[in-house]
Design a protein around this ligand. Structure first.
Ligand SMILES: [Fe+2]
Ligand SMILES: [Fe+2]
Length: 310
């Protein structure tokens, strides 16, 4: 049975909500200045709304949101993002992982992105297959023969840094989880905010243990990894002993005007058949064709089918 999965990322929801003296520090002050001078003109709510309206007409089986839902990691933003998620769909239809703008600074006793936990947790079928990692990651959700594996790469960082880390415990659990899923004959779709391969982001923005995640993926395998963070479309491939790993990054879903190297807001429709991974994966990109819309198909490609798994 073919599935259609929508993947959107880096919505950076506007407006900023809840900036108070209690949560103000140097990193947020710099982030706020950057938002006011630059980013709020680029990341527009109207762009996100246009894409989501288009997505609602695509008859998708599931929606993946790969982080950076907000901007300064503020509690008020987390609340607003939860409201946005609830409009996007119920937790069983939407899977979320956090990005560096969601876990931006420490929040003391505030629950932060835990507010989104219903969207970031295993389902009943996937829970027994998810090895225990760190703070509920990785989680596993099953859509028939497709397993969606959610990772958390976000951590608080210092000013001018946007790094991420998977960490020892999550990496260990991911290896076990990927092996279990393969043994059960499931197709594995891993979701992570930061680009997962070494060298895919620069030293101040990249995953600090990307070399270890890459080594894990090329040993234990995954049929597809999707990510955001770089705000550009990306595609890389690696091999593992059982076949090929496709790594697909999507641009931001909220860019409403030309900005540096970033394309206008877009999202991907991923079409695959988990019962027959060798039949290949089709990626259809839909996005704004001009700053004021409309949303239309802006790209289409077929990722070659992976060889049969061992
Ligand atoms: Fe982002
Ligand atoms: Fe990011």
């Amino acid at each position: 049975m073919q599935l259609t999965i929508a993947h959107l990322s880096d919505v950076h929801l506007a407006p900023l909500r809840g900036l108070s003296p209690m949560h103000l520090n140097i990193k947020r002050a710099l982030g706020f200045a950057n938002w006011m001078m630059k980013r709020r003109k680029v990341h527009r709510r109207e762009a996100v709304d246009a894409l989501v309206a288009d997505l609602a007409r695509q008859n998708v089986d599931h929606i993946i949101v790969s982080g950076d839902l907000v901007n300064l990691g503020l509690p008020g933003e987390h609340v607003a993002a939860l409201e946005w998620l609830e409009q996007l769909g119920p937790p069983e239809r939407v899977s979320v992982v956090p990005g560096n703008h969601d876990i931006y600074c420490t929040l003391r006793r505030d629950p932060g992105v835990e507010r989104w936990r219903a969207y970031m947790t295993s389902d009943a079928a996937g829970a027994p297959l998810a090895a225990q990692g760190e703070r509920g990651f990785p989680y596993v959700r099953l859509l028939g023969k497709l397993a969606v594996v959610g990772l958390n790469s976000a951590m608080p960082t210092r000013p001018f840094q946007a790094n991420g880390r998977i960490g020892e415990r999550q990496l260990g659990a991911l290896a076990t989880t990927l092996d279990r899923l393969r043994q059960d004959g499931l197709m594995r779709l891993v979701v992570v905010h930061h680009p997962p391969l070494a060298g895919q982001a620069d030293a101040r923005r990249g995953l600090l243990d990307a070399d270890r995640l890459e080594a894990l993926l090329t040993t234990h395998g995954a049929e597809l990894v999707v990510h955001g963070h770089n705000h550009v479309d990306m595609h890389a491939t690696r091999t593992w002993p059982g076949g090929r790993v496709d790594v697909v990054g999507i641009a931001s879903a909220s860019v409403a005007r030309a900005h540096q190297h970033e394309s206008l807001g877009r999202y991907n429709l991923i079409r695959l058949n988990p019962a027959d991974p060798a039949s290949g994966i089709e990626i259809v990109s839909r996005g704004l064709t001009s700053p004021d819309g409309p949303v239309a198909e802006v790209g289409r490609r077929n990722l070659a089918g992976a060889p049969a798994r061992s």
